[in-house]
Design a protein around this ligand. Structure first.
Ligand code: NAD
Length: 438
């Protein structure tokens, strides 16, 4: 099929590339010229495992193209995906200006009937409103459909190729059938293709993110309780997870969720509820718990060192909001960095992929280290914020030699407290017995 994707970011680029890889002709459109120039040369502006190779192959084979010219990009397309950002707006709800703008541009350039698919995460009613606005601007018939995206950054290619499910929201069954044909190559292992109304599809995305974020805030609150009563949340987690009604997924305590989705989506749902005069007590609490959890490491550092942080050297491993991505949007590491800078600490940071983004925010206020051990030189403490695999089994002897003080704050519970103690480290985890409560 001939496909256009408008908005070539984390979602749009993965979508476009994977659809090209399955034999479709895809044009990716973006308004940022530098990004399109890079992509057209095969330079992928984001880090997503496996993506670079797929972009190169499909560019070379002529199935994937990049342009800033929306009119030309959509001219041949049967299906146009909208994958622009929908960031948090001033009132807390989603800022839909990108979606409306693209809708206007598509309508102005529509020459034949097409399916316009909203992939961006949007509040319930957006598909209907987009269809209304576009119908006012063009006489060419079109369909608007919802197709929320569930991929996880860091595993996006796998998630796209082997989705747990594909959800589409359509007004006409024929549109669902066209989209089913497009996704059929990815659903060979009996993965469900779920057809519903656009309203239900829009809602499905938010409900999924609300539940996932709730699990994180829930286990973080329980972890803090465990810690202050001398219980170990890791044991408790195993104790509950074997109950099949509960399970193990997404119940790892840490430093709070970040990223470009959960924070804004949870607030968008609160805003959606408020717009209908409904309470959203749980989602408000999930957000409040999460904001507090982002400060847990700084509180632990303060508690350990007292008021002596000024002039101390703190090493941070892991800056991206999660492993296997370079994305630092709403990353908990940034909250910690800001607090440490205000307290007068010297900060040495390492991340396998996110250093350039962090450097563009903080300039020469931090020391950037290409290697994990480089960050430890003369450090008074190491703080692990994001659990990249390469941090899981470091050479602790080397670490001790490099550090001024052998103190580790483990924001993701990647190390074993007893082993750390045996190795001579003072260890602080999250919600674990024997660690100093936050
Ligand atoms: N990132 C994720 O993991 C993820 C997962 C599921 C859903 N989503 C949703 O998908 C949407 C996109 O997210 P993202 O992370 O890919 O965002 P992003 O910021 O990485 O990409 C959005 C892209 O759209 C482009 N754009 C904006 N306005 C445009 C316009 N008028 N014309 C052409 N291009 C335009 C931007 O330049 C940018 O490249 C959001 O609604 C997000 O909530 C994201």
């Amino acid at each position: 099929m001939k496909i256009a994707i408008v908005g070539t970011g984390y979602v749009g680029l993965v979508q476009g590339t994977c659809l090209a890889e399955s034999g479709n002709d895809v044009v990716c459109v973006d308004k940022v010229a530098a990004k399109i120039e890079d992509l057209a040369q095969g330079r992928v502006p984001i880090y997503e495992p496996g993506l670079g190779e797929l972009v190169h192959r499909n560019l070379r084979d002529g199935r994937l193209a990049f342009t800033t010219n929306l009119a030309a990009g959509i001219a041949e397309a049967e299906i146009i995906f909208i994958a622009v950002g929908t960031p948090q707006g001033e009132q807390g709800g989603a800022d839909l200006s990108g979606v409306w703008e693209v809708g206007r541009q598509i309508a102005a350039n529509l020459t034949s009937s097409k399916i316009i698919v909203v992939k961006s995460t949007v509040p319930v009613g957006t598909n209907a409103e987009l269809a209304r606005q576009m119908a006012e601007a063009t006489r060419v018939p079109f369909d608007v459909a919802s197709n929320p995206e569930f991929l996880k950054e860091g595993a996006a290619i796998d998630d796209f190729n082997k989705p747990d499910r594909v959800v589409v929201g359509v007004r006409r069954p024929e549109v669902g059938e066209r989209l089913h044909a497009l996704y059929a190559p990815f659903l060979r292992t009996d993965r469900p293709f779920l057809v519903m109304t656009p309203e239900s599809a829009e809602m499905t995305k938010y409900v999924a993110n609300c539940l996932l974020a709730t699990k994180i805030s829930f286990i973080n609150e329980m972890a803090n309780l465990c810690e202050s009563y001398g219980a170990d949340v890791n044991d408790v987690r195993r104790g509950i997870g074997h109950d099949q009604r509960i399970g193990f997924h997404f119940l790892f305590p840490g430093v709070g969720y970040g990223g470009s989705c959960f924070p804004k989506d949870i607030r968008a749902v609160v805003h959606m509820a408020q717009s209908k005069g409904l309470p959203a007590r749980m989602m408000e609490a999930v957000d409040v718990v999460n904001e507090a959890q982002k400060t847990v490491l700084f509180r632990k550092i303060n508690q350990h060192f007292g008021s002596e942080i000024k002039g101390m050297t703190i090493a941070i491993w892991g800056l991206a909001f999660k492993p296997r991505t370079d994305d630092i949007r709403e990353a908990p590491a940034l909250v910690l960095i800001n607090s440490l800078l205000s307290a007068g600490a010297e900060i040495r940071v390492h991340d396998p992929e996110a250093l350039a983004h962090v450097r563009s925010l903080y300039g020469n206020r931090l020391a950037y280290c290409d290697r994990p051990y480089g960050a430890l030189e003369q450090a008074d403490a190491l703080v692990v914020v994001t659990e990249w695999n390469e941090f899981r089994n470091p050479d602790f002897e080397v670490m001790r030699r490099l550090m001024r003080q052998p103190v580790v704050f483990d924001g993701r519970n990647v190390y074993d407290p007893a082993r750390m103690a045996a190795l001579g480290f003072t260890y602080h985890g999250i919600g674990r017995a024997g660690t100093v409560p936050g």
